[in-house]
Design a protein around this ligand. Structure first.
Ligand SMILES: [Zn+2]
Length: 410
């Protein structure tokens, strides 16, 4: 229930560090385990987590902490402040039954049995030392102990602007320790925040006053956790949302070159598709848009189409690409007066057509942003990613840049 510490919110990890901690298997090997005699200064600053150190826990997990963990833990030794080492180890005392229940990896570890041996002990119970960051481990354990778990809210309000900070530990470790229930819940939360398959859910989403989810964070989290395929439709919505913000506000340190290529190509596609669809033309490589069912002699559709495109260029496309919102807005404006459309009856028809077009854009966001062959370039290698690179890279081959350069319509 309690939100994770704010102190972790501003820290940004390098990919390398996360990868290392994500893929290194847990070790039961132990270095300095005994509760040392208080007269000998400890080689490291040893601390016990404030909330995840249960007196009746039957084993201890330790991992390396940093200064961000100090607020979250209590010192084990009373050494004076200036003698404290900068190397911090955090101890979590938890319950074998709970971790075995949720995590296949921990279940195996306990079954194999050596965790129960007395070889590596701390505070009278077996000790397991892991290579994960303490803040990740804390988030993961909190998620397992969190009693208010539900599918719609996972210790984080919907539409939080803090998703990566809060989710990275639980999600990385849920994957690493095969804690499938937790992994699915976290992914479900993300897909509800970014409802790639539900136009109405997307339109009706409400953000708390204090923030909106950052699309850059979703892109980064998906990459970090290697979930780009599973989160694909949500990623497309995130790219679209990002394109709706002025580039000067982008959290560019979270973006990769690949992201920028996807955004540039996607923006071009949106412009091209809008031209083709408004004109009701056809063009190779562009799906047919919704058809306008209007046979009226008095309406000047040519004038209307020109007006819609001109307004788009003036108001929207120069700075953002919120084509869906734009079409919705034009449809709404049609309820009043509109150049080129003769009567209320015709305006209703045209308005319905534009609304369908808005929805068609939404339904095809994945195609607009992620079917262009941009996902691959060179980055997959650098990040050691596998799944999504293998699947998406080959088929498209990058023949899509013509969408950007030609605008032959109708
Ligand atoms: Zn008319």
């Amino acid at each position: 229930m309690s939100a994770p510490p704010a102190s972790t919110a501003t820290k940004r990890e390098t990919q390398g560090g996360l990868e290392a901690s994500c893929h290194a298997p847990p070790t039961k090997k132990r270095c300095h385990s005994r509760s040392a005699s208080p007269t000998i200064p400890p080689p490291v600053r040893r601390m016990r987590d404030k909330t995840l150190y249960f007196a009746d826990g039957n084993f201890v997990i330790s991992s390396a902490g940093d200064e961000g963990d100090v607020e979250e833990a209590n010192d084990v030794d009373d050494s004076p402040e200036d003698e404290r080492s900068k190397d911090i180890v955090i101890y979590f005392r938890v319950h074998q039954s709970l971790l075995s229940r949720d995590s296949a990896v921990f279940a195996d570890m306990f079954t194999v049995g050596s965790a129960a041996s007395t070889e590596n002990m701390y505070d009278g119970v077996p000790l397991i030392e892991v290579q994960d960051k303490a803040k990740h481990l804390r988030g993961f354990l909190k998620a397992i102990y969190e009693p208010s778990f539900s599918t719609s809210s996972v210790f984080l309000p919907r539409y939080s602007s803090n998703t990566v900070t809060v989710f990275e530990g639980p999600l990385l470790l849920a994957i690493k320790y095969q804690t499938e229930v937790l992994r699915v819940r976290l992914v479900t939360h993300l897909t509800m925040d970014w409802p790639g398959k539900d136009y109405n859910a997307w339109r009706e989403r409400k953000h708390p006053d204090e923030g909106v989810p950052n699309p850059e964070e979703l892109l980064r989290l998906a990459r970090m956790t290697n979930l780009s395929n599973e989160l694909r439709t949500s990623l497309a919505v995130a790219y679209y949302a990002l394109l709706g913000y002025a580039t000067s506000t982008w959290l560019s340190e979270m973006l990769k070159v690949t992201d920028l290529m996807i955004l540039i190509t996607g923006g071009c596609k949106i412009n091209t598709w809008l031209c083709v669809w408004i004109k009701e033309g056809t063009r190779k490589g562009i799906p047919a848009g919704p058809k306008l069912d209007l046979a009226c002699e008095k309406c000047s559709l040519e004038e209307f189409r020109g007006r819609v495109l001109l307004d788009w260029m003036t108001e929207c496309s120069a700075t953002t690409s919120r084509v869906i919102e734009y079409l919705q807005k034009v449809a709404k404006k049609l309820e009043g007066h509109c150049e080129g459309i003769c009567s209320r009856k015709c305006r209703i028809k045209v308005g319905e057509w534009l609304k369908k077009m808005a929805e068609a854009f939404y339904d095809r966001l994945e195609e607009i942003f992620l079917d262009g062959g941009n996902e691959e370039v060179d980055e997959g290698k650098a990040e050691g990613k596998t799944d999504d690179s293998d699947k998406d890279g080959v088929e498209t081959g990058g023949g899509d840049d013509d969408a950007a350069s030609k605008m032959v319509v109708g």
